[in-house]
Design a binder for this molecule. Structure first.
Ligand SMILES: [Fe+2]
Ligand SMILES: [Fe+2]
Length: 269
């Protein structure tokens, strides 16, 4: 069971509009490792707490932000790193929501989700600093809250774990190699190295997501593979997508699950 004050603290971090303050508060919560004992949270549906952003930022619907930046230009590389930086801030919030929204789990679940939140904070700082080195700052480009909107739309824990680590974060694995290659091709090794580090950690996030997803499914008598396949089909892209089979295998995907994500058969390994 989750301690009620931890849930309140997380809601405060989600609402925080100042990004460095948000990240410091998340770091503090992760370091404390305080989640059980004391007055616990009552049962009930997760409360959707919209994440705070500075008032001067431009927040657009994701559908209006489909332009692909040109990585041959410094501005395009900045736009790419800016969007990754905002994804990492959102990922901190999603990992904390995985704690606050599901107050009746075992301590091992909270320990894993908080350790993921801690790594997301590190990623957010890495990207924050990289934007500074590139001569800009987070918030100078428009952002969207689609990750939060998608997570908040899935208030069932098995679905949340299928959708957040296994669909959204796993998509990040798919695109990573190509982006890192293009950054190196444009001689932006510093940005590529930041994304190398993030990629390595994200495999661990998806793997831990897979572990808890399967644990929750088994506890409920759900078949994890067919439950995942049903959801993955709803998220399938109609365009050809890059696909990181090796990374996904390391993160625990079965061949049938990967085929559901791709919408086509894969050769045997
Ligand atoms: Fe991350
Ligand atoms: Fe992650």
């Amino acid at each position: 069971m989750l301690e009620a004050s931890v849930q309140d603290e997380i809601h405060g971090i989600l609402r925080e509009t100042d990004i460095p303050r948000k990240l410091h508060a998340a770091e503090h919560l992760v370091r404390e490792q305080r989640f059980v004992g004391g007055a616990t949270v009552g049962a009930g549906a997760p409360r959707a707490v919209r994440p705070g952003r500075p008032a001067h930022w431009t927040i657009l619907p994701a559908l209006e932000m489909t332009q692909r930046p040109d990585l041959q230009s410094p501005d395009g590389r900045f736009q790419l790193m800016h969007s990754v930086a905002h994804i990492e801030v959102s990922a901190v919030e999603l990992a904390l929501m995985a704690v606050a929204d599901f107050p009746d789990q075992e301590s091992g679940y909270y320990r894993d989700m908080l350790s993921i939140a801690g790594e997301e904070v590190e990623h957010a700082w890495l990207l924050w600093n990289r934007l500074g080195e590139m001569g800009g700052e987070l918030g100078q480009e428009p952002v969207h809250l689609a990750l939060w909107e998608t997570a908040a739309a899935h208030s069932d824990l098995a679905e949340r774990l299928a959708v957040v680590p296994r669909i959204l974060e796993a998509k990040g694995l798919d695109v990573s190699a190509k982006l890192r290659g293009r950054l190196r091709g444009a001689r932006d090794v510093a940005s590529a190295e930041v994304l190398d580090r993030v990629y390595h950690d994200e495999i661990g996030h998806v793997r831990r997501g897979t572990h808890w997803y399967r644990t929750i499914c088994h506890r409920r008598g759900l078949d994890p593979e067919s439950h995942f396949i049903g959801l993955a089909e709803q998220f399938r892209s109609t365009r050809p997508i890059p696909f990181d089979r090796r990374g996904r295998e390391k993160a625990g995907f079965t061949k049938r699950e990967m085929e559901a994500v791709l919408g086509r058969e894969l050769p045997d390994p």
